[in-house]
Design a protein around this ligand. Structure first.
Ligand code: NAD
Length: 297
């Protein structure tokens, strides 16, 4: 099918590439020309604005780094909302349910369907087509885009209520964020007392402490100290903040989430928004006066 794709970053680029490889016709746009050029070399057609993308395709997907970017791309001047052909906007970004509903409310007035479709599984999942894809919106439009979404991962229909897939995604990412800082604290404690962090991770991964940080992030990016997993600290903090806002709006007090949120605020302050989120261990190491992994691991 003809698909517009806006936002060709760490996640968007490999998802768009997979869609091209699956013989879909892609029209692409990004603020970075080099990202567009790389996809054109793979067979995509270039567009010069979100509106031009939406002039060319009924289905427009987006993978963007901030709430403001999604709002602007979807509803701004020269945005998707002005496109001549577009019928549905599939937002693969994490924007939280409040922003998803706001975008939905703008688009519905122009007969454009909003499908929230946040994804989980990281850059590796985007490259291998193994993401968890959570979709909310009208079922017939979900069915129309499902064959294309199958190319990027395992597709789940969450609910027809706008924003509900975003709530699902925030619950997932709270667990991911918790795993990184909780595992960092546990391993730093062991190293402080003289344990070998590689042995610790091997034991945890064979025991009941196993989680996505111990399984993926420690072996690949923390123990070798490459800190290159592919998800920015700024994006992780965005998701944790959105989750806390969502909990507050529901009248909930979430003790663990609040502690996790405080830790991630320290990480963004000390490591910067552009650092890889696996750098979260560094302030914990600094406070303990130890370094985990490196040459020995
Ligand atoms: P990224 O920063 O690598 O990519 C974003 C892309 O959007 C960039 O190419 C940027 O140039 C482009 N862009 C920004 N503003 C734009 C605009 N107004 N118009 C057109 N293009 C614009 O971010 P990412 O890591 O690919 O994340 C994208 C989304 O996916 C985020 O919502 C993130 O939370 C979510 N996500 C990321 C991961 C991950 O592991 N990186 C995993 C799951 C979900």
């Amino acid at each position: 099918m003809e698909i517009g794709f806006i936002g060709l970053g760490k996640m968007g680029f490999p998802m768009a590439r997979r869609l091209i490889e699956a013989k879909h016709q892609l029209v692409v746009f990004d603020q970075r020309k080099e990202a567009i050029d790389k996809l054109v070399a793979l067979g995509a057609q270039a567009a010069s604005s979100p509106q031009e993308v939406a002039d060319c395709a009924e289905t427009v997907m987006a993978s963007l780094p901030s709430l403001q970017a999604s709002l602007e791309v979807a509803t701004g001047a020269a945005g998707v909302i002005e496109g001549k052909r577009v019928r549905r906007f599939v937002d693969l970004s994490t924007v939280g349910s409040h922003m998803a509903v706001r975008i939905h409310d703008f688009l519905v007035k122009r007969n454009i369907v909003q499908l929230d479709s946040p994804v989980s599984g990281g850059v590796g999942g985007a490259e291998n087509g193994t993401l968890a894809v959570m979709v909310s919106g009208p079922k017939p439009d979900f069915e129309a885009v499902k064959p294309a979404l199958n190319v990027i991962g395992k597709v789940f229909f969450i609910d027809k209520k706008p924003g509900s897939a975003q709530t699902m995604k925030l619950a997932n990412n709270l667990l991911s964020a918790t795993a990184v800082v909780a595992t960092s604290e546990a391993v730093v404690m062991g190293v402080k007392s003289g344990l070998d962090p590689k042995v610790m991770i091997d034991v945890i991964n064979s025991g009941s402490g196993l989680n996505t940080a111990s399984r993926d992030k420690f072996p690949r990016s923390i123990l070798p100290r490459t800190f290159d997993f592919g998800f920015a600290t700024g994006l992780m903090v965005k998701d944790v903040r959105l989750c806390l806002e969502e909990a507050k709006a529901l009248g909930l007090s979430m003790e663990v989430a609040e502690a996790v949120g405080r830790l991630w605020e320290v990480v963004i302050r000390e490591m910067g928004a552009d650092s890889d989120f696996t750098s979260a261990i560094k302030p914990i190491e600094k406070a303990a006066g130890v370094v985990v992994g490196g040459a020995k691991s």
